[in-house]
Design a protein around this ligand. Structure first.
Ligand code: HAM
Length: 408
């Protein structure tokens, strides 16, 4: 037996319907903020991701050479592709450009619950707005989309300038190492590293900064930084919008392109893979041949949201109808099926040449209503609608049945 590749999943109809419902809610919500959906290729030139995504992602990429000898990669994320697309197609558009996407990504990670090698992201990118209110809107949208999905979570917000300021006199490589430890939430390892490079003096301030949850406490540790006014304004906007959040200066983000505000959301009860959203402000357009363009965005780990929702993932109920007939009633039955479907009613007919009683039995297992069509119904232009749960039935016209089924 050939099995699906490790880290991938097959999705049965029930799961697909739950996913499509949540996906549709997110897409509709993003549209209300003016974010419109785009699509990019599943594979891109490898270089797109090696320029600035960072080692973590590069080591996990699915890379291949095509028959023309080009080095390509399956997209591990969409921010770089979206900014590549912006430079190629969107530069003349009115700013800010507000795009969203729902797409699969590929990372060669060790699979476990909530961590897959093919996974879906719902993301949004705000390109060309350099403002506190722009940053706040991106965070608000991410928060709102997760609320719309119905998941329980906490939102944590940080700013890369906090650590950058504290660690300003370290070499780039050392600062990167510390960021790597903080991203994995390994503060102890960061402290050990500082000791090893002879910077014991930074250990206490680093621990205090990681633990700070109030903006003014942060500025008391690192001093007034040039970004302070903008950071204060952004948090004031979020406060005015009533968005609950926690400040966390230790947020480092795993990707290398972030420059300013960074934020992450964590779901309750998901175990180790509980980060369901990651995002922040970044600059990428200039690396892909465009002008230096301030941007901000996020991506929601859609599969993790679905795991977090569990049984709570809600499928809107629709009555399912099975038409039961004999060979003499078949043409009439097909006409009725056509009318029902035109009116948005899920309607199936027997495709296995089953006997009348076998059709009835099958309907009892899979449908909510049976439409019974015998000689009498054909002759009088009616149908018999049977409520399979209640066991009641009535002889009515197709229009009356449609009226009844669409008003449930
Ligand atoms: P990221 O944090 O690498 O950011 O991924 C975003 C989200 O995708 C994560 O928070 C997580 O929920 C989900 N995710 C990541 N890896 C996996 C996996 N192996 N299996 C399941 N879910 C996973 C980005 O990708 C950035 N492009 C976000 C962004 C957009 N920043 C600015 N704009």
């Amino acid at each position: 037996m050939i099995q699906k590749p490790r880290g991938t999943r097959d999705m049965l109809p029930n799961e697909m319907e739950r996913r499509r419902e949540i996906e549709a809610r997110m897409r509709a919500r993003a549209r209300l903020y003016g974010f419109r959906e785009i699509a990019t290729p599943v594979f891109e030139e490898l270089e797109l991701f090696t320029i600035r995504s960072g080692e973590g992602i590069i080591n996990e990429m699915y890379v291949f050479e095509d028959k023309g000898g080009r080095s390509l990669a399956l997209r591990p994320e969409l921010t770089a592709p979206v900014l590549r697309m912006y430079v190629e197609e969107g530069r003349s558009l009115n700013k800010p450009v507000k795009w969203c996407y729902f797409a699969d990504c590929f990372r060669y990670e060790r699979p476990q619950k909530g961590r897959y090698r093919q996974f879906w992201q719902f993301g949004a990118e705000l390109i060309g707005a350099d403002s506190a209110i722009g940053d706040a809107e991106v965070i608000t949208l991410g928060y709102d989309l997760l609320r719309t999905a119905g998941v329980q979570f906490v939102l944590r917000i940080g700013h890369l300038s906090f650590m950058r300021t504290l660690l300003a006199d370290l070499a780039d490589g050392d600062r990167k190492k510390i960021r790597g430890f903080l991203d994995k939430r390994e503060e102890e390892a960061a402290i050990t590293y500082l000791r090893d490079i002879g910077r014991d003096d930074l250990c206490d301030p680093l621990l205090r900064l990681c633990g700070a949850r109030i903006l003014e406490d942060i500025f008391a540790i690192i001093g007034e930084i040039p970004e302070a006014a903008r950071v204060r304004e952004m948090f004031a906007i979020l406060d005015a919008s009533g968005i609950p959040y926690e400040i966390n200066p230790a947020i480092a983000r795993g990707l290398d392109y972030y420059t300013g505000v960074v934020f992450e959301c964590f779901a309750e009860g998901l175990g180790a893979e509980n980060q369901i959203l990651g995002g922040g402000a970044y600059r990428l357009a200039h690396l892909f041949g465009g002008e230096d363009t301030p941007s901000a965005g996020f991506a929601i780990g859609f599969d993790r949201v679905m795991v977090a929702l569990g049984e709570a993932g809600w499928i809107p109920w629709q009555p399912q109808v099975m038409i039961i007939t004999t060979s003499e009633g078949r043409d009439y039955a097909l006409t009725i099926a056509g009318q029902f479907r035109m009116n948005g009613i899920i309607t199936e007919t027997d495709l296995m040449d089953r006997s009348f009683s076998a059709q009835m039995k099958a309907a009892g297992k899979s449908a909510d209503y049976a439409v019974i069509i015998g000689k009498d119904e054909v002759a009088t232009g009616t149908i018999t609608l049977k409520d399979l749960k209640a066991g009641t039935q009535e002889k009515i016209t197709a229009d009356e049945a449609i009226q009844k089924l669409t008003s449930i």
